[in-house]
Design a protein around this ligand. Structure first.
Ligand code: ZN
Ligand code: FE
Ligand code: FE
Ligand code: ZN
Length: 267
């Protein structure tokens, strides 16, 4: 068994993904999915890097590209319009303005930066050697909570991304994660199972099982995403993601439309 929807995939506009939306859609159909959503990296608010996100003036092109694919694949495949936006403290209003530009079906929130350090960027990996890993983990969870509290996002992405290169905290983060799950629940934010971790040095699902269990127990809604930056990664390892959701006790996952939960699907 596998989920019917994949809500996390990119387009070449972000500068580090390949393949046109139609190619992602075609692969989705091949994988047996009936719904996908694009969630490319929104223009970075604090600075601009053409290898990290699209430019502000490319947003209209982004919508056009997806709308073209929507027309082409109707009614075989439902294609939602989402976006993945970074949480950068101090830039909430600017982020809000960008997100108000289009009636998105959902907005995925991501923490890829701690202060101005892109901690998951391979080019900034060296900085890990100078950091106290436990402190980095605590700061990361604090930022996840503030992301949810900002009200900017509907789904939080890859909620243990700090482990990407295999850096492990020495102290248990269970209390941090419990606090985070509680905040997600209170703020009405969903969590995703993101299969891209399996393709990264850590070779684990985001989040790993014991953490996902905490979100399940807190009653946080669930969504599925492959974080594909290549059409062939759409729906990748979704059988494993589904099994994981089931193992921790999730009985359903959610679909979004116009930034509201549209439908719940039984697991
Ligand atoms: Zn990316
Ligand atoms: Fe991300
Ligand atoms: Fe992504
Ligand atoms: Zn992502």
């Amino acid at each position: 068994m596998r989920p019917i929807s994949d809500y996390h995939m990119h387009t070449p506009l972000c500068g580090h993904a390949t393949g046109e939306p139609a190619e992602y859609a075609r692969h989705a159909v091949k994988m047996g999915l009936s719904e996908i959503g694009f969630s490319d990296h929104a223009p970075l608010v604090a600075y601009f890097d053409p290898k990290v996100s699209m430019r502000l003036d490319q947003l209209p092109l982004y919508y056009r590209m997806i709308e073209k694919a929507q027309t082409e694949f109707k009614p075989q495949l439902t294609i939602k319009v989402g976006i993945e936006a970074d949480f950068i403290p101090g830039y909430e209003n600017k982020t809000k303005e960008i997100l108000a530009d289009y009636p998105y079906d959902y907005v995925i929130g991501s923490v890829h930066f701690i202060d101005d350090w892109g901690f998951d960027n391979p080019e900034e990996r060296k900085k890990w050697e100078k950091e106290n890993i436990d402190k980095v983990y605590r700061k990361y969870y604090e930022l996840l909570r503030r992301s949810a509290q900002s009200g900017l996002f509907d789904i939080m992405a890859h909620v243990d991304l700090v482990k990407k290169f295999g850096h492990r905290s020495t102290e248990s983060m269970a209390e941090e994660v419990k606090k985070t799950a509680k905040v997600f629940k209170e703020c009405g934010v969903a969590v995703e199972i993101n299969t891209s971790g399996l393709r990264k040095p850590v070779k684990e699902m985001y989040p790993e099982k014991s953490l996902l269990q905490i979100y399940q127990q807190a009653g946080v809604p669930l969504a599925f995403g492959s974080d594909a930056h290549d059409p062939l990664d759409v729906g990748k390892d979704f059988d494993k993601a589904y099994a994981l959701a089931r193992e921790v006790g999730y009985g359903e996952y959610v679909l979004f439309k116009k930034r509201k939960i549209e439908r719940k699907i039984k697991i």
